[in-house]
Design a protein around this ligand. Structure first.
Ligand SMILES: [Zn+2]
Length: 319
């Protein structure tokens, strides 16, 4: 296998931003496969779902919001704990930052390591990283399972429908509009990152999302899905990738092969079908390493640190 620059340190190409309306209450800020932000506009306030990676980057989200409403941004919702989703929070000056208790626990347990690791992997996604306040982004409201936020007459359901991308995965559902914000549980034309995943749970969690019968869906990465057919394609594509990767790795582990061999086999098996999805080469080493652990009996993902990232990459990619 060719040796590749560590993670996405060589990815410097700026993406084009789209700001799309999904319903009277829902907008999607997307950028050709870079991390998305969702916006919910209620009667009296705005909620932002995932913040962008830095306060300077979040200012562009705020600028777009101000083109469609002057209502105050009162709530930030974190779909999960990853730095690229949470470190822009301070820009919104929200009254509350909402997250599941499981996400809060992950920030306590591994927030510092994750911050250093993610910035090292993908510098372009942390534009003006010096604008991130010292320390971590702390939720001010946590919940377990389900909470409902009423923005005037608009019902906003905040739900944990199972583990997948992380232990704390949270989705936002607008029952009146049938719009779902999935976070990284669903990606579209973008490779699911599974370095902190629960492979055996993820497909069932996607079925739980599908059972809501969303008419529209904002994925964690990729274009906003504007029709039920596109929603199905997003859910099914993510399920297929996660299931096929785990099946390939499980077979190798059961046969007693080492991580390096399993990695090469899984890469060769998945590349023909998924190699054109953005960040495929970036995600595969992390995804296969986590799948190898899970198939070897490690129920919970090990903590990634900047040092562990580089060691793993060197072992699998020869740099
Ligand atoms: Zn994530």
């Amino acid at each position: 296998m060719m040796s590749k620059t560590f993670a996405s340190q060589a990815d410097l190409e700026e993406k084009r931003v789209s700001f799309e309306k999904l319903s009277d209450h829902a907008y999607a800020y997307t950028a050709e496969g870079d991390p998305n932000t969702g916006i919910v506009i209620g009667d009296d306030a705005v909620m932002v779902i995932d913040t962008q990676a830095t306060p300077v980057m979040a200012q562009d989200v705020i600028r777009r919001i101000r083109e469609v409403t002057d209502k105050p941004i009162k709530y930030v919702l974190l779909s999960h704990y990853h730095a690229v989703r949470v470190l822009g929070a301070s820009a919104y000056e929200p009254e509350h930052i909402i997250a599941s208790q499981d996400t809060f626990d992950l920030i306590v347990e591994r927030g510092e390591q994750d911050k250093a690791s993610e910035i090292g992997r993908f510098p372009r996604l942390f534009r003006n990283v010096e604008s991130v306040p010292a320390g971590l982004t702390w939720p001010t409201l946590t919940f377990t399972g389900k909470m409902t936020l009423w923005l005037g007459k608009l019902e906003v359901q905040i739900l944990q429908l199972g583990r997948g991308h992380t232990k704390g995965d949270t989705v936002v559902w607008l029952p009146q509009d049938r719009v779902l914000f999935s976070g990284d549980l669903v990606e579209f034309d973008a490779t699911p990152y599974a370095g902190d995943a629960y492979f055996q749970d993820w497909p069932q969690t996607l079925e739980n999302l599908a059972a809501l019968k969303p008419a529209k869906l904002v994925p964690g990465r990729g274009a906003a899905l504007q029709t039920p057919e596109q929603v199905r394609a997003g859910l099914e594509g993510t399920r297929a990738f996660v299931s096929e990767l785990y099946a390939a790795v499980k077979t190798g582990v059961a046969a007693g092969r080492d991580l390096n061999t399993v990695y090469r086999e899984a890469y060769a098996a998945l590349e023909p079908k998924y190699g054109q999805w953005v960040i495929f080469a970036h995600c595969m080493p992390f995804d296969v390493t986590r799948a190898f652990d899970e198939a070897s009996g490690h129920t919970h993902p090990r903590i990634w640190t900047a040092e562990r990232d580089v060691e793993m990459w060197r072992a699998l990619e020869g740099q």
